[in-house]
Design a protein around this ligand. Structure first.
Ligand SMILES: [Zn+2]
Length: 253
């Protein structure tokens, strides 16, 4: 099968390619030919924008949303065919229900992006940095907060003494004796916690990730009590967050 290079729809055109300088230059050339030909001016998102990663995630989510809500659309059929060839889309990603749950979550999109990354275990914890041969201060993947054990997602968000203090302050009872990762925590808490408490939990976990990075870089960081009060304030100013996916999306090219 020849590689898919573009998809055209009524309201979007997606150009697909590798993240290389060569491909980016080709994209620019294609877009300028199109501009000359059509007389339209194209805003080049994804090329040189500082928030490219966020934009790409939002775009990906918009397309995933289409896959869920319009299963019989041409886009869905193309992706299904592609995924059958390249492995199961949902088993490596989120199930449709979990995806819907995350995107309906009434928190700011940056918190939602954090949740998405944490569920996919894509946060740069020390164990991962070591695997990627990023030099750590003492070549040790020990937890940034407690220094005790290997820092991975389940330690950072579930079993570390630092996060346990945070749970105590949030009055969230321990959900599992055995260490569980962020995805399992999310699945369990979405059932056991009330909506507001669940949102507060996601915000506090997001801030915990931030504070972990600050401590990792030797910068001042918030302790659990400060994280909970930050979370409460953040949630209070966020109560009117938009819930519709379209409200979160930037205008399309
Ligand atoms: Zn720890």
């Amino acid at each position: 099968m020849s590689p898919m290079t573009h998809l055209m729809f009524a309201d979007d055109t997606l150009l697909l390619g590798q993240a290389t300088i060569k491909e980016a230059m080709s994209f620019k050339r294609v877009l300028s030919i199109y501009e000359n030909w059509s007389g339209q001016l194209i805003k080049e998102r994804g090329l040189g924008f500082p928030d490219t990663q966020t934009f790409n995630q939002v775009l990906l989510c918009k397309q995933t949303w289409k896959l869920i809500t319009e299963p019989n659309s041409y886009l869905s059929k193309v992706f299904k065919a592609r995924d059958f060839l390249q492995g199961d889309f949902w088993s490596t990603s989120l199930g449709p229900n979990m995806f819907k749950h995350i995107w309906k979550l009434k928190v700011q999109s940056k918190v939602r992006h954090f949740v998405y990354k944490a569920i996919h275990n894509r946060l740069a914890t020390s164990d991962k940095l070591l695997k990627r041969h990023v030099k750590l201060n003492d070549s040790n993947p020990a937890c940034t907060f407690c220094g005790y054990t290997v820092e991975n997602g389940s330690h950072l968000f579930h079993t570390c003494t630092f996060v346990k203090d945070l749970y105590r302050l949030l009055q969230i009872p321990d959900i599992s004796q055995a260490p569980i990762d962020f995805r399992e925590l999310y699945e369990k808490f979405q059932i056991s916690l009330r909506s507001r408490k669940f949102r507060l939990w996601t915000i506090c976990m997001w801030d915990l990730g931030f504070q972990r990075n600050r401590k990792f870089r030797g910068q001042p960081f918030r302790v659990p009590l400060e994280i909970t009060s930050f979370g409460e304030t953040f949630l209070a100013t966020d109560e009117s967050a938009p819930t519709l996916l379209k409200d979160l999306l930037p205008p399309m090219v």
